[in-house]
Each structure stands twice: as structure tokens, then as C-alpha cells.
Design a protein around this ligand. Sequence first.
Ligand code: FAD
Length: 478
Amino acid sequence: MPDTIYDVAIIGAGPAGYTAAIRGGQLGLKVALIDSSDKLGGTCLKVGCIPTKALLFHAEVWDHLKHAADYGIDNVTEPKLNWTQALKRKDAIVAKHIKGLDFLMRKNKVTVIEGYGRLTGPAKDGIHTVSVFTEGGGGAAGETTLLQAKHILIATGSGAKMLPGLEPDTRILTNIEILSMPEAPKSLIVIGAGAVGVEFASIFRSFGVEVAILEFLPRLMPLEDEEISKELTRQFKKRGIDINTSAKVEKVERTETGVKVSYTDQNGKAQAKEADKVLVAVGRYPRTDNIDIDKTRIKLDRGFIHVSESMETEEPGIYAIGDIVAGLPLLAHSGGMAGIVAVTKIAGRAFRPINRLRIPACTYCEPQIGSVGLTEAAAREKGLEIKIGKFPFGGNSKATIVDSHDGFVKIVADQKYGEILGVHIIGPQATELISEAVVAMDLEGTIDELMFSIHAHPTLSEAMLDAYGAVEGMAINA
Ligand SMILES: Cc1cc2nc3c(=O)[nH]c(=O)nc-3n(C[C@H](O)[C@H](O)[C@H](O)COP(=O)(O)OP(=O)(O)OC[C@H]3O[C@@H](n4cnc5c(N)ncnc54)[C@H](O)[C@@H]3O)c2cc1C
């Protein structure tokens, strides 16, 4: 057994794990960060948030170029996709930020260990042991070492769910394969219209690919406010995306040149679509099945781990953060904050538990979506007395300037006191605008107060001010 006893051993170096490691270091804790990959950053940095947002930015530039002549920029001839270059820039962004993480680990004196971590059971005399398997190189057998720590943070993240009987390959893709295809497809079927599905649909449609979406539930982005789904559907249709909701996929087959997806449509009729590739974006599963959870008292809920408000599991001294946590959305920023909460508690400092209703959800498709708190339907289901304000970007001058005046800001507020209960934005920079709503809600802001908070002109954020006003029927620009 080695001599070093860490304050915290973190298994998994995605945004939950690396954020916890950095804050742990800042709080003076001795931290070990274990990851089975030789590159830090997890799903988010390598095959999730960052690469997709890089491609979405490329797609946005492409969309603007389509209107170059309107903007007084002549001689922009037919744009042509250079997919290899698009991937190259995306990869360079990812590589830069992996290096950034390496630097931050050194800066915060975090010991990084490459290997596969497993639990070994409860603590003995207050000390936990993690077994770490490191693969041997060049055909060597590999070795298992034991690492000791006063606390463990499990941050093993999630993987893409597949449809039963399917394995990803060069035509049947998950978020991993689609981000490194040697060539862009001419046609793409996307199964699943959550954030991952609609973002990829948006990217490839901008690049001129024929895109069809098949979604099992009756609407796109089913967790968002219904009006958001409706507006997204309207705008996606306008962009030429073939949308099929209430569609139950029955079979995915490889054809001679591509794929064929058979499904039952909303009228119960058998249908089929063919394309070069299919993206399966039907959700994520928690990576908790191969880390010897059963040697502990940790409770699982369909594979996700139960935690207290300090992120501690039922096994004292073992915490869980990130995508594996039951009841938290699978988002990088909630995982990162969960990590901060856990190490702050471990360091004996005061912390603020995560409030599920204050976590923004952002989808970076075109049009963007940003939301936080209760949807109108959820507020009504809870029996709350509410009032609604809605302001269309059509009345916002900056939206017209940036040539993106579809969409709206919708506010769900408490009827009596005007406290903001939910904000739902679809339109330009919705993913940036939503932060104002999060802070306003965190500070329990009311409509009366926010109607007097000055927003610069001309900005997209003025649409927020107008939406607060709209709750009282007094938007200035509508
Ligand atoms: C295509 C796509 C786009 C996304 N876009 C966004 C976005 O824009 N914004 C957003 O907030 N979220 C986004 N997400 C979600 C986001 O990526 C996840 O919520 C986030 O990565 C979860 O962080 P995590 O640290 O819990 O786990 P992960 O990021 O999954 O990291 C887990 C790490 O643990 C390691 N690991 C697993 N098991 C072990 C083990 N036993 N031992 C050692 N190491 C192990 C893995 O190698 C990995 O590095 C996106 C996801 C996808 C798929």
C-alpha cells in the first residue's frame, strides 16, 4: 500500500471531475484525478459540448454567408463544404483546451493518474481505497495499484444509448463517430430530437445535407416548454428539415450504400426512410455498471446514483457528481457545480446545494434555445397561480440587425408576487441571454424589480426587459 493518503480521489476527468479537482486544489485539498483516457476533459471536451459548438459556429458562419450579398459583401460565390478543414479546426479547439486542463491540474497541484478506477468497499478507519487498473503497453498485461483517500468522488459520466441490437459503425453513428467521419454525408437521419439530435440536425442542414428527424414523442425537444417546441418545429421546417414526431423506429438496416430506417408514423402506418447515415441520439446511460458499486451501500435508480444535497452517497465518504447523479440533468455545468459543492463540503466550508430549478438548459441549434425553471405546463400542473409574458424578437432592433428576428422570450411568473418561476427563450443568442434569467431567479427577482433594471440599447438583452414588461401587458416594443 502506498504512503500517500489523498484528501480526495476523483474517478473520471470530465467537467464534473476536473472542476472538482481544481476547486479541491484551490481549497488546499490533496487531490488525485483518475481517468482511463490519456486526455482530460471527458465527453464534454472531446466528443460533446465543445466539438459540437465549434461545428455549430462554422454552420452559423455558413448561414450568414448565404446572405453575404444582402450585407454588401459581393463575390461570395457558391460556398462549398471543406469537411476536413471543419474537423481540423474543431480538433484544434479541443486540443487547445485539453492542454489548458493539463496546465490547470499542475497549477492546482492535482495528481493526475491514467487508469480505470474501481471502488473496493467502505472505508477502513476513515480511509477509502480505489483500485486503479493501468493497461500495459505493447501487449503487456497491465497492472492494478491501490490508491488511498479520505473521500472518493465518482464522476464516471455517461455513454450514448444505442437502439437494441445495433452497434455503431461508419454508417450507424453516435455522437462519437459523427464527429470524425472522413466525409460529410449527403443525407442524414437523426433518431431522437433532444439537444444532441437537434444540434446535429441543425449543423448538417446548414451545410446543405438532407436531414430527417424521427422522434418517438409528439414534439421536438420534449422537455422544453411546448411553445418552444412549436417554434423550433416551425423554424426547422422553414430550413427544410424533414420532421417526424410520434414516430416509433422499428428497424435500422444497412443498405448497399447507406441505411434504411423503418418506423411507424403518428397514424400507425408503416414507413421507411433511407439516407447515407443515421445518427442515434436517443439518450445517455450512466457509467456505473463496471466500478464495483455493489461493494458499497450506494443506491442506484436505473443506474443513476442517489445523493444527498452535498452530493454524498449512502456510503459515507463516497460522493457522486455529474451525469451519473439521479435527478440532475446530464449537463456539463450542473456536473461542474456538483463537483464544487462536494469538495466544498469535504473541505468543511459552507456550500449552497444545487437547486434543480435554477439549472439552465441550452441547445445551440439554429434557432438557439435557453431555458430555466418551470415550463408553463409544469407550473400549472403544480397548481401555481401564474402570469405569462411573451416578447417576440421581431420587436427587437438588435435582432433585426443580426438578421435573426424569429423566436421569443417567454416568462412564467408568480401571479401574486411576480417572482420569476421560469424563462424560455428561442432565438438569437438564447444560450447567452438565459444567464440573466438564472441570476435574476437566484436572487429571487420579481417582475416589478426587473422592469426597472436598465438594459443597454441596442442589445438582444432588451428582449428580456420587454418580456418582463409583457408580463404586466407593458412591453415597450410590442
Ligand atoms: C454531443 C453532445 C453535446 C453536448 N453538448 C453539451 C453542451 O453544449 N452543454 C452541456 O452542458 N452539456 C453538453 N453535453 C453533455 C455533457 O457532455 C455531459 O453532461 C458532461 O460531459 C458530463 O460530465 P461528467 O464529468 O459527468 O462525465 P464525462 O464528461 O462523461 O466524463 C467522464 C470521464 O470519466 C472517465 N471514466 C469513466 N469511467 C471511468 C473509470 N472507471 N475509471 C477512470 N475513468 C473513468 C471517462 O474516460 C471520462 O473522461 C453534450 C453531450 C453530448 C453527447
